[in-house]
Design a protein around this ligand. Structure first.
Ligand SMILES: Cc1cc2nc3c(=O)[nH]c(=O)nc-3n(C[C@H](O)[C@H](O)[C@H](O)COP(=O)(O)OP(=O)(O)OC[C@H]3O[C@@H](n4cnc5c(N)ncnc54)[C@H](O)[C@@H]3O)c2cc1C
Length: 377
């Protein structure tokens, strides 16, 4: 009998499985489609530590340190290769600059190496940057991107399996608790019994919680990005985020540019050509070298979200030894090592204490006053 059933073989469930093997705890990961086939398949590999909440900064630092040693720790078949290309946030109003400056000061206090930079430094980082209305920005050269982001989940899966975790393909339908522990019932009738269950099912978490009569305020938000054809020279090495315009762009390792534009209210229009038009118009206005870049491919995915834009990780209220690692709010890949470590530690000790209060699901019952995350672009 496994000690733990993890529902979902995305980057989060697989990280939990691997960290459990490090503590000698046996687990079975139940997955309804394929390894890394949920949101994990869509993410573009961004890894940054510039956040507004202390919890996210700390988790990001821990995760970046792990990812830098990924080849040694997980011994993957294909190395995902984390490249420190940097992340820059650009302000075009004094108010935005002030908030970036405040956040950078707090990040520095936490050990995140973010610098306040002027328009001249930003133009050195990105040739062709239109500095006319740029007030300044912040830059962290330690943030980066995976060259092969889709290799991360298989790396965790392979290492976890090698150390004794199992991956079982099937859809978890129902969770039942009795004196023997938890029974996870699959759609094909298979039942798996374990002492602990981890909900790491991404967009599938709300349905599983509803079936237990324990809903949590986890929703979904559409996320749309656009990809160009491969270009022969690198136009934008750091990830650039123009905060006031809601525009982001980055040259990926495979030669394509990835760009996004957040419309007012953050919800993409149903017609992707509207967003594509915005990206193709706004981009060259901000960075001249983007002139003429078309983005023929659309990525349409979803973030799993929470009202305070903070992760939902910890003990599910009123259900002993039921854990959740969800509502990644668009940052599950970059925080997966830290989330996996915290959940595995909590399971091993039976105590949710390693997980910060700000992430615990019981915050929605109003028992704690916690801060959310605001740098969500
Ligand atoms: C367009 C886009 C770009 C992104 N870019 C980044 C980025 O640059 N950096 C970053 O850190 N994050 C990024 N993200 C967010 C990131 O992809 C997610 O936060 C992360 O992949 C979440 O991983 P997960 O394991 O929680 O969920 P998922 O990867 O969705 O995994 C959940 C798994 O559970 C399975 N499942 C669901 N229900 C059941 C069930 N009942 N039984 C069995 N299995 C079930 C699903 O099939 C799925 O495989 C991006 C997301 C999108 C959409």
């Amino acid at each position: 009998m496994p000690e733990v059933v993890i529902i979902g073989a995305g980057v989060i469930g697989l990280s939990v499985a691997w960290y459990l093997t490090e503590r000698g705890v046996r687990s079975v990961v139940v997955e309804r489609t394929a390894i890394g086939a949920g949101a994990t398949a869509w993410q573009s590999g961004g890894v940054r530590a510039q956040w507004t909440s202390a919890e996210n900064c700390r988790m990001a630092l821990e995760s970046q340190a792990f990812y830098r040693q990924l080849d040694d720790r997980l011994m993957p078949q294909v190395s995902p290769q984390l490249e420190s290309c940097g992340y820059a946030f650009v302000a075009r109003t004094p108010e935005t600059m002030e908030s970036l400056r405040r956040d950078a000061a707090e990040q520095k206090r936490l050990g995140v190496r973010t610098s306040v930079v002027d328009a001249g430094r930003l133009a050195e980082l990105v040739p062709g940057l239109n500095t006319d209305a740029v007030v300044g920005g912040v830059y962290n050269g330690h943030d980066g991107y995976f060259a092969r982001p889709q290799a991360v989940a298989p790396a965790f899966a392979r290492a976890a399996r090698r150390a004794g975790a199992e991956i079982h393909f099937g859809t978890a339908r129902r969770l039942l608790l009795d004196r023997a522990g938890w029974t996870v019932e699959l759609a094909n009738g298979v039942r798996i019994v374990a002492s602990d269950v981890v909900l790491a099912a991404g967009l599938g978490n709300p349905g599983l919680l509803d079936s237990l009569g324990s809903p949590l305020p986890i929703g979904r938000a559409p996320k749309r990005m656009f990809l160009s054809r491969p270009r022969d020279r690198c136009l934008v090495r750091p990830q650039m985020v123009f905060v006031d315009e809601g525009f982001s762009v980055k040259h990926l390792a495979d030669g394509r540019l990835i760009a996004g534009h957040s419309p007012p209210g953050g919800i993409p229009t149903p017609d992707p050509d509207v967003g594509r038009g915005a990206v193709e118009t706004v981009g060259p206005r901000l960075i001249a070298t983007l002139e003429g870049t078309g983005y023929p491919w659309t990525i349409d995915g979803y973030y799993d979200t929470s009202p305070d834009a903070q992760l939902v990780v910890g003990a599910v209220p009123d259900h002993p030894r039921l854990w959740i690692a969800g509502a990644m709010n668009g940052r599950g890949m970059m925080l997966a090592p830290s989330v996996g470590r915290m959940v595995a530690e909590s399971i091993a000790t039976g105590d949710p204490e390693p997980i910060p209060t700000a992430l615990q699901p019981d915050r929605f019952a109003g028992r704690e006053s916690v801060t959310g995350e605001t740098r969500t672009i």
